[in-house]
Design a binder for this molecule. Structure first.
Ligand code: ADP
Length: 318
């Protein structure tokens, strides 16, 4: 089935500059160039698992735009709807990592080449062979008009019977929680699979307990509500039933990107008709594996890695 139906996603991507030493940004002279962005991490995760994956994006027509384009293409992501825009710079961010392991990121993202996209840029043909449309809050937060682009995509998905999955991925550097709530209120009634962090859903709903958060979500009629909870694993609420996804115990060295990987694993499970417990187990395993490698997307597993990790096949090293 996974050969038949693939994933469509939309969003920006950036060059990520990782410091080669810890300490305050003003004293760090060397950075390592990587590729980052939640939407591209998700697309890469899906492609590595073998899903047909289409990513709609705009990058700057510059060397960094080429780097990202070639990265995505190299990962097997369909980039036929990724454009390099004249007159825009590709987004860049620089990370700061302090001696105690804490960190922060400086973004140089605007004006973003994504701003040339409008609802009219979306065509029905982009949805050919697609089983899931995956949207994230990062895309919605980039520009006010992106909500109307998302709604246009949702409208086409609805017509074609395509499931909409959504990860709120709240970035309060990009918008306020009030703006996020207003956008989510428009998107959530159309969502079939919600993939959220526990803290995120608490923030959106202004409620504390999981039951209260679920009560907040109830009117939206979402079939699968999945709550990701870091090293504690995940939970799925479907049609009044709770399914628990036990975490895998791994040596986590960098948790950035775990949520994007989890989403890719869950959608893979969904498109392959997995049962609820099986989907959670698979998605938890992808998320756990991402944390074992330094970098936002470097640890995303291939299907063979998953089979080996989950004990589905014997690995012969030599
Ligand atoms: P986000 O990146 O969105 O904050 P989480 O940190 O909740 O997402 O991680 C997503 C999923 O990845 C978790 O639900 C879990 O399955 C897996 N995961 C994350 N951190 C760990 C960890 N330290 N050990 C094992 N699994 C983890």
């Amino acid at each position: 089935m996974s050969e038949e139906f693939g994933v469509l996603t939309i969003g920006d991507a950036m060059i990520t500059m990782n410091p080669t030493t810890t300490g305050p940004m003003r004293y760090v002279n060397n950075f390592e160039r990587r590729v980052g962005g939640a939407d591209l991490n998700f697309a890469t995760g899906c492609a590595r698992l073998g899903l047909k994956t289409r990513w709609i994006s705009r990058l700057g027509k510059d060397g960094f735009g080429r780097v990202i384009y070639n990265f995505a293409r190299g990962e097997g992501v369909d980039v036929s709807h990724v454009g390099l825009e004249e007159g825009f710079a590709t987004g860049v961010n620089f990370k700061e990592i302090r001696e105690d392991g804490s960190g922060k990121t400086c973004y140089y993202r605007f004006p973003t080449p994504m701003s040339v996209l409008t609802p009219e840029s979306i065509t029905e043909e982009m949805f050919d062979g697609i089983g899931v449309l995956h949207l994230t809050g990062v895309f919605l937060a980039l520009d006010e008009k992106n909500v109307s682009i998302a709604l246009r995509m949702i409208e086409i998905a609805g017509k074609k019977g395509i499931t909409v999955s959504f990860d709120p991925n709240i970035r309060l550097k990009l918008w306020t929680i009030e703006q996020a709530r207003e956008a989510f209120r428009q998107i959530l009634p159309h969502v079939g699979i919600l993939l959220t962090g526990l803290e995120e859903i608490q923030l959106i709903s202004e409620r504390e307990t999981v039951e209260d958060c679920l009560a907040y979500l109830e009117p939206f009629g979402i079939r699968d509500i999945v709550i990701k909870d870091g090293a504690r694993g995940s939970q799925l609420f479907r049609e009044g039933k709770l399914f628990e996804g036990e975490p895998f115990h791994v040596n986590a060295i960098d948790t950035v990107g775990a949520g994007d990987g989890f989403d890719a694993g869950y959608i893979y499970g969904h498109l392959n008709g997995m049962a609820p417990e099986e989907m959670l187990r698979f998605a938890n395993a992808v998320g756990a594996l991402v944390t074992t490698v330094w970098g936002d997307n470097e640890g995303l597993p291939y299907l063979e890695d998953m089979n080996a990790f989950l004990g589905n096949e014997v690995v012969i090293e030599r």
